[in-house]
Design a binder for this molecule. Structure first.
Ligand code: ATP
Length: 364
């Protein structure tokens, strides 16, 4: 995968009447990458993808594909096929006819058409259904037909809008593997819209997180997971340990933040940009939290009551609350580490963490 930009969204805004669906997005899609766009319902993911497909025109800004402005290029002149959740296969045609369709539209001659269709039927392991009507296929088989139909023209970029959301959990995981392998093998750029974090994080090279028509963060899954930029991203990822407050002392990258639940120290690169009186929000990941019966002598500490315990294989996640701070908290520990603690609902325990474990959200 290169870092060369295949697509550029340059100050793109999309309004429907007075409604601002995409507020202003600037980002690049790199050649050969698997880019996932995720966010909650209505955040503008599909609209962004539809603009790239030519199904919507930007209200302002420019979209460039391989350096050329494509704002006004009709869909059929773009090399950006799209695979949808609802698939839109032609119901009265066979598998073969569906896959062949776009080659016919391109007036590719018969022998070449057949060669390419056979190749893609084979590749997607649907050769045995070639002459079956698509209405008589399972969900997973139909997905493969839809992929074959889009990829048979060998596009440079493939747009996928929640393509797996209609499948059951088992098939979803299988198709995720099919998609990832296919993308890596072909080197085609995939732009994949989803609201499933596990899907985005397991398949994508980079993830775009959107909220209310804006991009909150772009990065590889590890970066986003370890260093969320904003509270929205942290909450979206399900981080429970989020603290907001005001800086009371600052210096040398170490700051103290007063929150409704108490005062806590934080050390991080982002702390250097903060001064006394600034607002600050930080997160502490659940595996960095210690639990104890007594208040630890050093480090940040907070008393909370146990809400419940959730078993996750070799570890357990303890859910806690601190009503004074309005906080829901979470600590992930091995069963051994929890043996000596009373974790019945309502029991009081101390949470603690080192100042280095606090990640300050730079976008807040
Ligand atoms: P979902 O996950 O629910 O599909 P999304 O992030 O893909 O959501 P979009 O489909 O991009 O969201 O829609 C963004 C916003 O724009 C929504 O509030 C939607 O109601 C609105 N919207 C989309 N298309 C139109 C349209 N043609 N006319 C008016 N409003 C629209």
């Amino acid at each position: 995968m290169s870092t060369e930009a295949l697509v550029v969204f340059d100050g793109v805004i999309k309004k429907f009447g007075q409604f601002l669906a995409v507020e202003r997005v600037d980002f690049e899609i790199r050649k050969g990458e698997f880019l996932a766009i995720m966010g909650s319902s209505g955040c503008g993911k599909t609209t962004t993808l539809r603009m790239l497909a030519g199904l919507e025109a930007p209200t302002e800004g420019e979209i460039r594909l391989a350096g050329k402005r494509i704002n006004d290029l009709p869909t059929w002149q773009r090399d950006t096929p799209m695979v949808w959740q609802s698939l839109a296969l032609f119901p009265f045609l066979t598998v073969r006819e569906n896959v062949e369709f776009s080659l016919r539209m391109r007036k590719i001659e018969k022998a070449e058409r057949q060669r390419r269709v056979d190749e893609w039927l084979e590749r997607m392991q649907i050769t045995e259904f070639a002459d079956r009507n698509v209405a008589h296929l399972s969900g997973g088989q139909r997905q493969r037909v839809a992929l074959a139909r889009s990829l048979v023209t060998e596009p440079e970029i493939l747009l996928l809008d929640e393509p797996l959301s209609a499948l059951d959990a088992h098939l979803k995981v299988r198709m995720q593997t099919v998609l990832s392998n296919l993308q890596r093998e072909l080197g085609i750029t995939f732009v994949y819209v989803t609201h499933s974090q596990s899907e985005a994080f397991s398949m994508a090279d980079r993830v775009v997180i959107m909220s209310r028509g804006r991009i909150e963060q772009i990065g590889n899954p590890q970066e986003i997971y370890r260093a969320p930029r904003t509270k929205f991203v942290a909450e979206f990822l399900g981080s429970s340990n989020i603290f907001s407050g005001q800086v009371t002392t600052a210096g040398n990258g170490m700051i103290r933040i007063a929150t409704p639940a108490g005062e806590f120290d934080a050390v991080s690169g982002a702390a250097k940009a903060l001064g006394k009186g600034d607002k600050a929000t930080f997160v502490v990941s659940d595996d960095r939290i210690q639990l104890s019966n007594q208040r630890p002598e050093t480090g940040n500490a907070l008393r909370a009551s146990v809400v419940g315990e959730e078993f996750v294989g070799a570890t357990a996640v303890v859910h806690l609350e601190n009503p004074a701070g309005g906080l829901e908290l979470k600590a992930q520990k091995s069963h051994e580490e929890l043996e000596h603690l009373d974790l019945s609902p309502g029991a009081q325990v101390w949470l603690s963490w080192r100042p280095e474990a606090a990640h300050i959200l730079p976008g807040e």
